[in-house]
Ligand binder design. Structure first.
Ligand code: 4AD
Ligand code: MG
Length: 431
């Protein structure tokens, strides 16, 4: 009997007898013929049982199969163009491995809260699996992109003593007799590593105690943060558009079936190639006001502003050089307009919002100290970070790309909670 590693490989075993293990996705009986769709994580295949070809006990067991029962099927592989996947199994034997009674998720509409309460089971659905496969591809593509360009991956701590992005939105945890914060960013450590290794990236979970209940905010999300010695803000944006185009290209190349299954308009993604349009913050404000936004010079873009920009441009668009007061302390003052800093946000099209935040870093010690004080952050916690400006300061830039928002955009999911296996949000810590 042929050993197959999974349903995905059935094409190499046509005419052979194989054994498969997996979960029952659907069943149906048609007189003396019964069908089961089996899922094993690598694919799905239809098993066909003819009453006259199997013993009465196999026929009976087959008839009693329920959703998500785990089973072992033995049978012959046949080509069948009409079946999902293009093959089917002429079943000879069936073994029940784990029964499943009253599976909570039925083939009908369920509300989002119900599905999120059952996230551990919801993940088995075809849609959720397609999203996870795209996420898997995006994560692998991120690592390939940086590895191929000579970046060194540096894993930065999750338990930290210094605030990375600002006092609000911090998770505080007891750290023996002290307090620690869950990392909002790996960036400050990335900057230290860039002076040691040149071009680096961090890739891991980050935490924000966001009180906002929006489609775009999680309290735990994954971020990739490259940091490059000797890159200015312009070099930084060039790398961003290359990375984003590469990630979209990889998804199109290797996950086309999943994107089609999810109903994604692929022609929109095919337009994502460098260069991306760039807007100065002041010009963006003027443009947004023309389109009915109430934004005033000085504030960050709101979600509705991002949606407007995402409908004007077909590609992701950079908004650059924001006012100082709207951005984090570490961004470099813009020599051409000291009210602003050398930074950029990358806004995805079609209303998916900001997927990247990046900047050139303040490399002047005195200005950096002043910015930390202006923002009311404790100077003593940044002693080591200031050392990077004391001992061989250097022009450097970097950015952070949020994995979930990127996957939401690529897959076309309106809410990022579906793009991470187990989302953490304001009111959700289980499962
Ligand atoms: O713009 P942010 O806050 O930038 C930073 O954290 C910098 N330290 C990055 C750097 O320069 N190294 O976050 C970067 C990206 C956002 O553009 C967004 O994609 C994602 O991280 N992000 C979130 N994703 C999900 N839920 C949240 N609450 C997020 N906050 C930010
Ligand atoms: Mg941001």
């Amino acid at each position: 009997m042929a050993v197959v590693s999974g349903i995905r490989d059935l094409g190499a075993h046509v005419g052979e007898t194989v054994t498969l293990r997996g979960w029952v996705q659907t069943t149906r009986t048609h007189g003396k013929v019964a069908f089961v769709v089996l899922r094993d994580g690598t694919g799905i295949v239809q098993g066909v049982v003819l009453q006259k070809e199997v013993g009465p006990d196999v026929w009976e067991r087959f008839g009693a199969l329920t959703l998500e029962t785990s089973i072992e099927l033995r049978g012959t592989v046949r080509e069948e163009r009409r079946a999902p996947g293009g093959y089917e199994i002429g079943v000879q034997d069936l073994r029940i491995l784990g029964p499943s009674h009253d599976y909570p998720i039925q083939p009908k509409e369920h509300g989002p809260d119900f599905l999120l309460d059952h996230r551990h089971l919801w993940l088995r659905s075809s849609q959720q699996r397609a999203i996870m496969l795209v996420r898997n591809e995006v994560e692998k593509a991120i690592v390939d992109f940086f590895y191929d360009r000579g970046f060194v991956r540096v894993d930065t701590p999750i338990l930290t003593g210094a605030v990375g992005e600002g006092g609000a939105g911090l998770f505080e945890v007891d750290y023996f007799d002290d307090k620690a914060y869950l990392a909002q960013t790996g960036q400050l450590y990335g900057e230290a590593a860039a002076a040691a290794l040149g071009k680096i990236y961090t890739f891991g979970p980050t935490f924000r105690a966001e009180k906002s209940k929006t489609r775009r905010h999680l309290t735990e999300f994954w971020m990739v943060e490259p940091e490059m010695a000797w890159y200015d803000s312009n070099d930084n944006m060039r790398l961003q558009e290359e990375l984003v185009s590469y990630l979209v290209g990889r998804a199109l190349e290797r996950c086309k079936n999943e994107l089609e299954y999810l109903g994604r308009d692929i022609s929109r993604l095919e337009k994502v190639t460098p260069p991306f349009p760039r807007l100065e913050y002041g010009d963006a404000v003027a443009l947004l006001q023309q389109h009915g936004s109430e934004i005033q010079w000085g504030t960050d873009l709101g979600a509705p502003d991002e949606t407007i920009l995402g409908s004007i441009y077909e590609k992701p668009v950079f908004v650059m050089n924001y006012p100082k007061q709207a951005k984090a302390f570490y961004m470099k003052e813009n020599p051409a307009d000291p009210r602003t800093v050398l930074c950029d946000d990358l806004i995805a099209p079609e209303g998916f919002g900001e997927i990247i935040g990046g900047s050139q870093r303040e490399d002047d010690l005195d200005r950096l100290v002043a910015r930390i004080q202006e923002q009311g952050l404790p100077l003593e916690a940044y002693g080591w970070y200031l050392d990077l400006r004391r001992y061989g300061t250097f022009v450097h830039s970097g950015f952070g790309l949020g994995v979930e928002r990127t996957v939401a955009w690529i897959t076309g999911r309106p809410h990022i909670r579906e793009t991470i296996p187990f989302p953490r949000m304001l009111y959700r810590l289980y499962p």
